[in-house]
Design a binder for this molecule. Structure first.
Ligand code: BG6
Length: 461
């Protein structure tokens, strides 16, 4: 075997509650911002497919967990939906939700699949958004109560907890770039949302450590290595600034307990620092994570700013650098994302050298493809060779990082079965398992799923 992986390596996949469960308003669940946004603007979702039309994991989890076994999983990440567990955001816990999540966790464990549980995957309950969402301190308190309820209810069995998935995404998509509800474009408000999310995270970590729950707690960050166009000083400075805004803004506080000073200075100079309350920095500093999840899809390429923005233009991070399209870059045309496998190795070495060699795992990496039905073979399953190649090429670099001492504990592909991808709905398919929307959401293991089983069984390839 050319690429053997360490013993007990986690092989599995990642998914999320809002993207798989369905049963959107069933058994006491109430709206999240996604259900609400879909109710007012269904046309914003690819082919008008909304969050109630996901893969129905809510009813099919037992069969799905058997398919996880068939595809080699020894671990699986999903998220609890706050809007299902505590439908009013605070107060009463929904017993039907407790029963559902208990059953999922127990079924995973009974099948020797370690549950990795995330508490928040872009899914603010609508009633909490009405109170100001992450701009409101009250929502931080409510989130911490929700986190405590999860630790109390499920902490006797779940050993790996995550406070947030990609917390920078709601900051960018909902408060800067007009992509997700509530469609605000305002850097100052985005900075408040980011800071409050980090405080909420740190307070949840603190609550976890004070509880009797088993195991470890961390966060899942999407890291996008930031590469300069050239080795020129100006290009390198631009890449460094992009790195501060898009990676270190979250990575530093959750691992080192403090914001990068250079970023604080930039924001202070522009009078864009959020209000920081007395014990915010203390709680951040006292609660570093045990374990990091790294979602890696693509790098960011940057060059020095060519034309400065007018002084009165409302601030955006892109006022400090330009993006750069590298000649000859390879992209996944369906998603438009660059494919650059070696960047995953750069992340690993950075964590080894600058982040106390923190234990981490690749918590998402995957390839979304449109129109996969055309690759169906005579036996009726999709031959997604491109996905196998994509994973292999990334794993080669993960392997090299491990050989060189990075503390990587596993690899989770995004995702287990084709799922609902927010506003992209079912446009791009990512699964090891196909979900046939035309035929009762039937599941069929793809070639990548069969290969993934061998990969896990052999612990390498
Ligand atoms: C990650 C998210 O950013 O990428 C997932 O954690 C998401 O929720 C995945 O589905 C793939 O991105 P997209 O936008 O193609 O669905």
């Amino acid at each position: 075997m050319d690429y053997p992986f360490p013993e007990k390596f986690w092989w599995g996949s990642a998914a999320s509650g809002p993207q798989t469960e369905g049963a959107a308003l069933m058994d006491g669940r109430k709206q999240s911002i996604w259900d609400y946004w879909y109710s007012i603007e269904p046309e914003s979702f690819h082919n008008g497919v909304g969050p109630e039309q996901t893969s129905d994991f809510y009813h099919r989890f037992k069969d799905d967990i058997q398919l996880m076994k068939e595809t080699g999983h020894n671990s699986f990440r999903t998220s609890i939906q706050w809007s299902r567990l505590i439908p009013d955001g605070t107060g009463q816990v929904n017993e039907k939700a407790v029963d559902f999540y208990n059953q999922v966790i127990d079924e995973l464990l009974a099948n020797d699949i370690e549950p990795f549980i995330n508490l928040y995957h872009f899914d603010m309950p609508m009633c909490m958004q009405e109170k100001g969402g992450w701009e409101s301190r009250e929502v931080i308190d409510a989130y911490v109560q929700y986190a405590k309820a999860c630790f109390r209810l499920f902490g006797d069995r779940v050993k790996y907890w995550f406070t947030f998935n990609e917390p920078i995404v709601p900051v960018e998509a909902s408060y800067l770039y007009n992509l997700h509800y509530p469609h605000i474009v305002d850097f100052k408000r985005a900075a408040v949302v980011a800071h409050h999310t980090i405080v909420a995270h740190a307070r949840a970590v603190e609550a976890f450590k004070e509880s009797n729950a088993l195991g470890q707690i961390g966060i899942i960050l999407n890291l996008t290595p930031s590469y300069p166009r050239s080795e020129d000083k100006e290009d390198r400075a631009a890449a460094h600034i992009a790195d501060l805004f898009f990676n270190r803004s979250f990575l530093d506080p959750v691992t080192k307990g403090e914001y990068p000073l250079e970023l604080v200075d930039i924001l202070a100079e522009k009078e864009l620092l959020p209000i920081v309350e007395a014990d915010d920095l203390e709680v951040i500093s006292n609660n570093p994570i045990d374990l990091l999840g790294v979602n890696y899809y693509q790098p960011r390429r940057v060059k020095a700013k060519e034309n400065p923005e007018p002084d009165n233009a409302p601030f955006m991070p892109e006022h400090l650098f330009d993006s750069y399209i590298m000649p000859g870059r390879r992209i996944n045309p369906h998603r438009g994302w660059e494919i650059a496998e070696e960047a995953v190795y750069d992340i690993m070495i950075d964590l080894r050298d600058h982040y106390r060699n923190i234990p981490f795992f690749i918590s998402e990496n995957g390839m979304g493809v449109e129109g996969e039905e055309k690759f169906r073979n005579e036996e009726g399953y999709i031959e997604d060779e491109y996905r196998i190649e994509f994973v292999k090429e990334h794993l080669k670099w993960v392997h090299k990082g491990i050989q060189e001492g990075a503390n990587c504990l596993g690899y989770h592909i995004w995702t287990f079965m084709d799922n609902w991808s927010w506003a992209n709905a079912y446009k791009n398919r990512y699964g090891l398992v196909e979900v046939d929307l035309k035929n009762g959401r039937n599941r069929t293991v793809k070639k990548s799923g069969k290969w993934y089983k061998l990969l896990a069984e052999n612990n390498g390839f």
